[in-house]
Design a binder for this molecule. Structure first.
Ligand SMILES: Cc1cc2nc3c(=O)[nH]c(=O)nc-3n(C[C@H](O)[C@H](O)[C@H](O)COP(=O)(O)OP(=O)(O)OC[C@H]3O[C@@H](n4cnc5c(N)ncnc54)[C@H](O)[C@@H]3O)c2cc1C
Length: 490
C-alpha cells in the first residue's frame, strides 16, 4: 500500500467512534460544523504528501519496507534523519498557519520509545518487541494517524497511582483474559485523538511494585468498544476569520479520552505490569516528543515576530529604540529555540539503533521556549497598542456607515489602509489576547510536560561528577582515584 489520500484519511474517521462535543454525541466528526475544521487541518499531512512542492520532504523511501512511506514513520538512525524530521514538522506547521497537525508526529514518537523499551524488556525476558514492530508496520503500511495518550487525570499529584482514592485516576488493567486485557480509566488533554485512527496509550510516570496494574501501554483503534471522547473547543471558539484569522478557520481539539472497560488483544499490549519499565518508557517518549515540540514551535514564534514588526511599521514606530530592542529579542528567542533544536539533532545518541535527540539540549529548548513565552507576548502587545483589544468587530466593518468611520480613523503610518491595520491588530489579538491567546500561553507552559519536568529530565540525564571534578581541580582540591578527567563536551 502507498500513502493514503486526504480523502481516504477523512473517510476512515467515519467509523462509529463515540465523540461528544458540547453535550451532544457527534455522529460524524468530518461533517460536524466545528470538528470538521479540525479534521481538515489534520488532513494537511496528506495534502502535502500529494503536493509536488512538499513531496520530497513528506515522502521518503523506507530502507526496510523498500518503498515510499510517510517520513514520520522513518525510524531515525542518525542526525540527518532527525534534522529532516525537524524540517518536516516545522514546514507542515508553517503550512498549518502555526498549528501542528499532531496525528503522526506524537504517534511515531510513541512508537520509537516503545521500540527502545521493548528491546530492553526483551533482554529482561519480556517479549513485547515483536508486537511493537508488527504494530509499527501496521501503522506505517496503512499510513495511519495515531494520537498519543500519556497524561492521566491523576487526582492528587502527591499520591502514587495505587494510593489514589479514585482507583481510575490512572489508566489500569482491570482484567486479564486468555486473549488480552481489559483497561479502565481516562487520559486527559489528548490532542486530536478524535481525528486519529489509533490511540497509543503510555504510562505517564515512574511506578512502584504496588502500581503494577497501572504500568500498562497499548494501542486501540479510535472506534474500540468502551472508548469515548469528550472533545473540547477551548482556544478555538472564534468564528469570524476577519476578527480571528488563526483560530476561526483552523481547530485543534483536545479530549478527555475515556476507557470504560476497553478490551485490548494481546498483540496490541506493549507493557503489562512491568512497573520497572514504566518510568523509562515515559521518559524516552518525552525525549522524542519534546523534540517534536521544539520543532513545531518556531512557526508560532515567526508569527509573533512578523505580527510585531508589521504593527511597528503600521504604527510608525519601527525605528524607535525600544521597539528595535523588542524585535531583536523576538528574533533571538526564535533563533535560540531553532538553533537548540538543530543542535539536539546533531548531538543525538543511538539507543537500540535509534537516534535519540540530545536530551539536555532538547529540554533546554523546550524550557527556554516556555519560560520566555509570556515575556515575548508582552513585547508584541506593547508594540501593537490597545487597538488589539478595542477594535470594532467584523459586523461593524460590514456595515457601510460604521465602515466609513473605521476607514477614516484607523489608517496607519505611510498611508496604510485601515483594513490592513485592523487585520494586523486582529492577528495580534488572536495570537495573544483571545481565547486562542490564553490557550497558547497555557500550552506553552504545560504541553509536552510542565516546566519542572524539563529540569527533572535534564538532571536525570546529566552526570554532575565530571563538573565537580573540574571544579575541584581548579580549586586545588585533591581528586579521588577514578574521577573523570574531562567534562563531557570539553
Ligand atoms: C494544549 C495541551 C495539549 C496537550 N496534549 C497532550 C497529548 O496529546 N497527550 C498527552 O498525553 N498529554 C497532553 N497534554 C498534557 C500535558 O503533557 C500536561 O498538561 C502536562 O504534563 C502537565 O500535567 P497536568 O496538566 O496534569 O498538570 P500538573 O502535572 O498537575 O501540573 C500543575 C502543577 O503541579 C506541579 N506538580 C505536579 N505534580 C507535582 C508533585 N508531585 N509535587 C509538586 N508539584 C507537582 C507541576 O510542576 C505544575 O506546577 C497536553 C496539554 C496541553 C495544555
Amino acid at each position: 500500500m502507498t500513502l493514503r489520500t486526504a480523502e481516504a484519511y477523512l473517510r476512515g474517521l467515519r467509523d462509529g467512534r463515540v465523540v461528544y462535543f458540547r453535550g451532544e454525541r457527534v455522529p460524524d466528526v468530518t461533517a460536524h460544523p466545528f470538528l470538521r475544521l479540525g479534521a481538515e487541518h489534520t488532513a494537511l499531512d496528506f495534502h502535502l504528501a500529494e503536493d509536488a512542492a512538499y513531496r520530497d520532504l513528506v515522502v521518503v523511501e523506507d530502507p526496510d519496507a523498500r518503498r515510499p512511506i510517510s517520513r514520520y514513520f522513518l525510524i531515525p538512525r542518525n542526525a540527518g534523519d532527525l534534522l529532516a524530521r525537524h524540517r518536516l514538522i516545522e514546514t507542515v506547521t508553517r503550512a498549518g498557519q502555526s498549528f501542528v497537525p499532531l496525528v503522526k508526529e506524537i504517534g511515531t514518537d510513541a512508537l520509537f520509545a516503545l521500540m527502545i523499551v521493548g528491546a530492553h524488556l526483551e533482554r529482561a525476558g519480556a517479549s513485547y518487541l515483536e508486537r511493537v514492530r508488527r504494530f509499527y508496520a501496521h501503522c506505517r503500511d496503512g499510513d495511519l494517524t495515531m494520537a498519543g495518550a500519556q497524561t492521566d487525570v491523576k487526582g492528587d499529584r502527591t499520591l502514587r497511582p495505587h494510593q489514589q482514592p479514585n482507583p481510575d485516576a490512572y489508566v489500569h488493567v482491570v482484567e486479564e483474559r486468555g486473549d488480552g486485557v481489559v483497561v479502565r480509566g481516562a487520559k486527559a488533554h489528548t490532542t486530536n485523538a478524535v481525528f486519529a485512527d489509533e490511540i497509543i496509550v503510555l504510562p505517564t510516570r515512574a511506578m512502584g511494585p504496588e502500581d503494577r496494574a497501572f504500568a500498562v501501554a497499548f494501542a486501540v483503534p479510535a472506534n474500540a468498544r468502551g472508548l469515548r471522547f469528550i472533545a473540547s473547543p477551548r482556544g478555538f471558539s472564534a468564528r469570524s476569520v476577519f476578527d480571528n484569522p488563526l483560530s476561526a478557520p483552523r481547530k485543534t481539539v483536545e479530549s478527555l479520552t475515556i476507557f470504560d472497560d476497553v478490551f485490548v488483544p494481546w498483540e496490541r499490549v506493549f507493557l503489562n505490569g512491568e512497573w520497572q519499565a514504566a518510568g523509562a518508557l515515559a521518559k524516552i517518549f518525552v525525549e522524542f516528543h519534546r523534540f517534536t515540540a521544539i520543532s513545531y514551535k518556531p512557526p508560532l514564534l515567526e508569527l509573533l515576530l512578523g505580527a510585531a514588526a508589521l504593527m511597528a511599521e503600521y504604527n510608525g514606530i519601527a525605528a524607535a529604540g525600544h521597539v528595535r530592542d523588542k524585535l531583536a529579542q523576538l528574533v533571538m528567542y526564535l533563533e535560540t529555540v531553532r538553533g537548540l533544536t538543530k543542535a539536539a539533532a546533531q548531538g543525538c545518541r543511538l539507543r537500540e539503533g535509534i537516534a535519540v535527540p540530545d536530551v539536555a539540549l532538547t529540554n533546554a529548548a523546550k524550557y527556554y521556549f516556555a519560560w520566555h513565552y509570556h515575556e515575548m507576548v508582552r513585547a508584541v502587545q506593547d508594540i501593537a497598542g490597545g487597538l488589539v483589544v478595542t477594535a470594532p468587530m467584523e459586523e461593524d466593518w460590514q456595515n457601510p456607515e460604521t465602515r466609513r468611520d473605521m476607514e477614516r480613523f484607523f489608517t496607519g503610518s505611510g498611508g496604510v489602509s485601515a483594513e490592513d491595520r485592523l487585520r494586523a491588530a486582529n492577528l495580534v489579538r488572536d495570537l495573544t489576547a483571545s481565547d486562542l491567546g490564553g490557550y497558547l500561553e497555557v500550552l506553552a507552559i504545560h504541553a509536552e510536560g510542565s516546566l519542572e519536568t524539563q529540569k527533572l529530565t535534564v538532571l536525570m540525564d546529566t552526570d554532575l561528577e565530571p563538573y565537580k571534578a573540574y571544579a575541584k581541580r581548579v580549586a586545588g582540591i585533591a581528586a579521588e582515584a577514578g574521577t573523570p578527567a574531562r567534562v563531557p563536551h570539553g
